[in-house]
Design a protein around this ligand. Sequence first.
Ligand SMILES: C[S@@+](CC[C@H](N)C(=O)[O-])C[C@H]1O[C@@H](n2cnc3c(N)ncnc32)[C@H](O)[C@@H]1O
Length: 220
Amino acid sequence: MGRRFVAERRRDPYYRAAQDQGLRSRAAFKLDFLDRRFRLLAPGRRVLDLGAAPGGWAVVAARAVGRSGAVVAVDRRPIDPIEGVRRVRGEVGDPALAERLGAVRFDLVLSDLSPRISGAYATDHARSVALVRAAWQLALGCLAPGGTFVAKVFDGELVADLEQELGPRFERVDRTKPPASRDRSSEIYLVARRFVPVPGRGAPVAPGRGGEAPLYTVKG
Ligand SMILES: C[S@@+](CC[C@H](N)C(=O)[O-])C[C@H]1O[C@@H](n2cnc3c(N)ncnc32)[C@H](O)[C@@H]1O
């Protein structure tokens, strides 16, 4: 870890707030923003969190869905235990992963998957789009009717293709960039709502939590 990186991190209000509030990463504030804007989390919801290590999103999701809900966190890297979260060490894109998740229908599938950054814009963009496709393939088989799919992607020309692929299966697909995303990062999030499954598959979805109050606070 370089000295500049450490100094920058110390000045970062999201990093400091995450530490103060027992969150595992500054990424937690991105999910909090997405939740406030799109009302993703509610007690009783079942959430699949892809690319979950070190667990910032999973902590936020588990607190919000409570004991009546469920959170399954998947990553190729190990995740330290989180109360109320089932951890699955695995590779998104591996066809065997779906079976390991079991027969659960998720109300919300989150993908914060990131490729290894090469620094070459076109390569990183294409890799990030490929990860969204891998997450979407998994979500297609386990998302409940009316459910929501959220995916991080590095912005670029292929994002329009993704929107076209998701469009027919959802009532609405939005793009957004949380304030906690660093200015220099090209990451955006696609939020696809009200999943319309292939006829004959799936189960009813849980009702919404409502309310606009942020779960977490950041002192600027
Ligand atoms: C930005 S981090 C996620 C941060 C997390 N949302 C949080 O709040 O702490 C991206 C993660 O994606 C994981 N990842 C990337 N490609 C993956 C793949 N194909 N399968 C599983 N995990 C993957 C990485 O190991 C990394 O932990």
